[in-house]
Design a protein around this ligand. Sequence first.
Ligand SMILES: Nc1nc2c(ncn2[C@@H]2O[C@H](COP(=O)(O)OP(=O)(O)OP(=O)(O)O)[C@@H](O)[C@H]2O)c(=O)[nH]1
Ligand SMILES: [Mg+2]
Length: 211
Amino acid sequence: MLLETTFPNYSIAMKIQTTRFAGSAVKLANCPDLDLPEFAFIGRSNVGKSSLINLLTNKGGLARVSKTPGRTREMNYFTINESWNLVDLPGYGYAKVSKSQRDQFNEFVSEYLLERENLCGTFVLIDSRHSPQKIDLSFVSWLVEAGLPFALIFTKTDKVKPKMVRENIALFTEAMKEFSDGEPVYFESSTTTRDGRKQILGHIETAIRQR
Ligand SMILES: Nc1nc2c(ncn2[C@@H]2O[C@H](COP(=O)(O)OP(=O)(O)OP(=O)(O)O)[C@@H](O)[C@H]2O)c(=O)[nH]1
Ligand SMILES: [Mg+2]
């Protein structure tokens, strides 16, 4: 609400008018055209990437929500308001995936994140119910080292008490001090309470405008 009142013309991201599935890709070369600014969503398998995309776009069935973890193997593109792209990246850290699939994933995702010219930012989703997990910290540390802009989103906040959410966020940002100076930008989200939607879209809107 606040952002909309403060910036009445904030309509690129904050006001979702149109959404459409714009294709899938399993390698950088197959990604759609480079002409739109783009934001990627990544995180452990089952953390809630696809659900969050549906919350942000207000469209229940846009991104497929998994019943079994590790389902999204490719990156899925969604074009919003014909002016920016939202990208659902495959989840990392799914134990039942073979080593060769994992290597392929690492190669493909790192190539995409490092070389995609129109990528404006990456959102790293972290399950707010858990204390810091090594795999999330190592992925965030890789982003810091690569100098890529990112924000954290602590998901599923409706599933635990607010105090637990606060503690897990504090532990995560504390652990990040090992490899990063300064405070990370972070959001909290819940598909049940719809918390975080406005803030995340506002962040995207600002990033597009500053581009
Ligand atoms: N209560 C609650 N459940 C959630 C929330 N976000 C996601 N879920 C549930 O968590 C499960 C996984 O959600 P997805 O959105 O499919 O997760 P994902 O990260 O896209 O999973 P992969 O594509 O397999 O990597 C689903 O059962 C969702 O309904 C949330 O904020 N609150
Ligand atoms: Mg998914």
